[in-house]
Write a protein that binds this ligand. Structure first.
Ligand SMILES: *Cc1c(COP(=O)(O)O)cnc(C)c1O
Length: 374
């Protein structure tokens, strides 16, 4: 058996195993894992340092999951935007393709809590239907493999999916969203990298929420993917009691860059049933962006987004004070040190134009173009 399959098989999935490893009373969580499965890989188990710490909270079932009666199972209305099974077509030019419901670990705050944990991978006939849809929809240029976790597919099935996608001429990008490098680094093998290399451009967005997740093994797994030519991004969920703190978040972003992973999105927690106890205020996310922007490498600043309930898609949120004022004369801007500056609009000969008509820099004289301190 492959090492990664062994590691996955050694994961904690039964309440009584949790008692043995972490001293949790199995009775307290039996009912929860009946509804929402648990899996904790040896790598993740080893990073838990104390009961209730940031890693623990992400993977150990909490009775609060069962006390959430208001929220929806599917707040993003993905099920309504699915033209064929396992495919979500929300945006004009890109789709999600869910290739499995299996994950290396079951995050307690998962947006797809209603689905994950069920056995099996996308079946041949289901893949054929998804491919037929994509072949017909020539506007789709970007497919995001998701789930569940696509990197839990065995090599031959992952290759089958990639090969089928690459048979579609108008498809430009393939993206893979995965928590595998951070939780089951053994899965990142030279063979996997060889497969991935044949189907470029392949991008990966990896799920990381806390700096302690970036162990040396995890960084090595990320490095193998980067060496295989895969541009790596990170998606982080803002979680109460886990990473809702600017200092922790800055350490996470720095650790990601050290692992050759570029922070991509910071998500406000979704309204998914059973995950409400993880939500923070929106201001918490803005505070984190304020603490990063300008204070550290711009590379370390993710886009803070809210995936709008009701299927509105991801909407970016910036602290509102950066753009103090904007009119036809110019913009009043505030920087990270709280200083204000004025950026004048280009001179367009007294003509009034609608905003956003496009670049008009050529007509600008060089003299008065720069930023001026007020
Ligand atoms: C997040 C998401 C995408 C990809 O969005 P990007 O902003 O391009 O990363 C595509 N489809 C759905 C349904 C999504 O939720």
């Amino acid at each position: 058996m492959d090492d990664w399959k062994k590691a996955l098989a050694q994961s904690v999935v039964k309440p009584k195993d949790l008692a043995a490893h972490l001293g949790v009373d199995p009775k307290d969580i039996e009912e929860i894992v009946g509804d929402y499965p648990m899996r904790i890989t040896p790598t993740v188990l080893a990073t838990i340092k104390a009961k209730g710490d940031a890693i623990w909270k992400q993977v150990v079932p909490d009775p609060a999951e069962m006390e959430d009666f208001e929220a929806e199972d599917d707040p993003l209305e993905e099920d309504l935007m699915s033209p064929v099974p396992h495919l979500v077509h929300r945006y004009p030019d890109r789709v999600l393709l869910m290739v499995t419901n299996q994950c290396p670990i079951y995050c307690r705050f998962c947006t797809r809590k209603r689905l994950v944990g069920k056995p099996g991978f996308l079946k041949k006939g289901e893949l054929d239907r998804a491919i037929a849809y994509l072949r017909e929809h020539t506007e789709v240029r970007d497919v995001i493999l998701s789930g569940g976790d696509p990197l839990l597919l065995p090599d031959h099935l992952l290759e089958r999916v990639l090969k089928a996608l690459r048979s579609i001429p108008h498809l430009e990008l393939i993206r893979i969203g995965s928590r595998v490098p951070g939780s089951l680094p053994q899965r990142i093998t030279p063979q996997l990298c060889e497969i991935v290399k044949q189907y470029h451009p392949i991008y990966m967005n990896l799920h990381f929420n806390h700096p302690d997740e970036l162990t040396p093994e995890v960084k090595a797994a990320c490095g193998m993917l980067a060496d295989a030519g895969v541009p790596l991004g990170a998606q982080t969920v803002l979680l109460r009691g886990v990473n809702d703190d600017p200092e922790i978040m800055k350490r996470l972003m720095h650790q990601l860059l050290l692992a050759r992973v570029k922070p991509y999105y910071l998500y406000q927690a979704d309204l998914t049933k059973g995950t409400n106890h993880f939500r923070t205020t929106v201001e918490t996310g803005m505070e984190i962006i304020r603490a990063l922007q300008g204070h550290t490498s711009g590379m370390a600043v993710p886009h803070f987004v809210i995936d709008a309930p009701g299927g509105g898609g991801k909407i970016p949120i910036l602290p509102p004070e950066y753009l103090v004022h904007l009119d036809e004369d110019g913009a009043i801007l505030r920087n990270y040190e709280n200083k204000t500056f004025r950026y004048p609009q280009p001179d367009n000969g007294g003509r009034r134009e609608l905003p956003m008509v496009g670049a008009r820099r050529a007509a600008d004289s060089c003299g008065d173009g720069g930023y001026e301190d007020l």
